[in-house]
Ligand binder design. Structure first.
Ligand code: SAM
Length: 287
């Protein structure tokens, strides 16, 4: 069979299986070989790698991954795609397809089961779950080397920006705490069928061995960050005080002053380093 990145090959499979696209699963299949090439190149896969693909669809990228990687584990929620994947992946003996919801899969257990200490994630993500998937993958106990994914362009921007921009928030800080993010390429909507309403981008997140800032309690750092951005129109001190996490407004204001920051500063003005310092200073003050 020819490559599925070809628009006609994809249309033929869809027609032959009478496959109905399900909007609720974010099904926009990639039909552009040059974008596939860029994703595969950016993911830098070798025979030593175990790749986790989230949402293989009809197997377009899965085929390419199987040609490069030692092992591919592809998790697909839609039962109707199973017979198609059976056909399109029949020639590869290093692919395991799991019919499940990625948000319910125990990824560290999956990696261990397949004898992999560290995995690479490669995916054209279903956009409705981008943030929860990325957050779950970034958690400390998930053994990952890199995440190379197609996301909405706007989300790729949020992952890469720094303080003082409207896109900067909890996602930017989490991504930049755990990884080095790089936008690989922008992808116009007409590279997919059906065509989505938004433009997309491929982003690679390369995991740090150690985070770029030091914090005494990672969970507390992220509780503070979430609280700081919960009420974007409020000051950081009010946001934290209103979150009910055991810190009062005056404690935040005093700590900000010790750090040389204004009492009325907003979350979007603080760098990752400043959040780490704030969290370390507030930790012993928690009630
Ligand atoms: N990889 C294919 C491609 O590039 O053409 C399909 C990408 S499509 C944007 C997203 C895929 O993720 C769909 O096949 C969809 O059914 C699947 N999906 C959606 N939600 C999922 C979930 N919670 N867990 C696993 N797969 C999911």
């Amino acid at each position: 069979m020819g490559t599925l990145g070809d628009r006609r090959a994809t249309a033929e499979i869809i027609r032959r299986y009478q496959f109905d696209f399900r909007k609720k699963f974010g099904q926009n299949f990639l039909v552009d070989d040059s974008i596939l090439d860029k994703i595969i190149e950016a993911a830098d896969i070798t025979r030593d790698d175990c790749v986790l693909e989230i949402g293989p669809g009809i197997g377009t990228m899965t085929q390419r991954l199987a040609e490069e990687a030692g092992r591919v584990i592809a998790v697909e929620i839609d039962r109707n795609l199973m017979p198609i994947l059976n056909e399109t992946l029949a020639d590869y003996d290093n692919v395991t397809v799991i019919n499940d919801d990625i948000l319910k899969v125990d990824i560290p257990a999956l990696a261990a089961q397949h004898g992999s200490k560290r995995m690479k994630v490669v995916a054209n993500l279903p956009y409705y779950i981008t943030t929860p998937v990325i957050m779950a993958l970034l958690e400390r106990n998930v053994p990952l080397q890199s995440i190379t994914v197609m996301v909405q362009k706007e989300v790729a921007d949020r992952m890469t920006v720094g303080p003082g921009t409207k896109d900067y928030g909890a996602l930017s800080l989490a991504v930049q705490y755990y990884t080095k993010p790089e936008i690989i390429t922008e992808v116009p909507a007409d590279c997919f069928v059906p065509k989505p309403n938004v433009d997309s981008a491929v982003i690679r997140l390369t995991r740090y061995d150690a985070p770029p800032v030091s914090t005494e309690d990672e969970r507390w750092l992220f509780m503070l960050i979430r609280a700081s951005f919960n009420q974007r129109r409020k000051t950081l001190a009010n946001g934290i005080a209103n979150a009910g996490i055991g810190i009062g407004r005056h404690q935040v204001e005093e700590t900000l002053a010790q750090m040389g920051l204004s009492a009325t500063v907003r979350g979007e003005a603080l760098t990752l380093e400043q959040f780490a310092e704030l969290s370390n200073r507030l930790l012993p003050l928690r009630s």
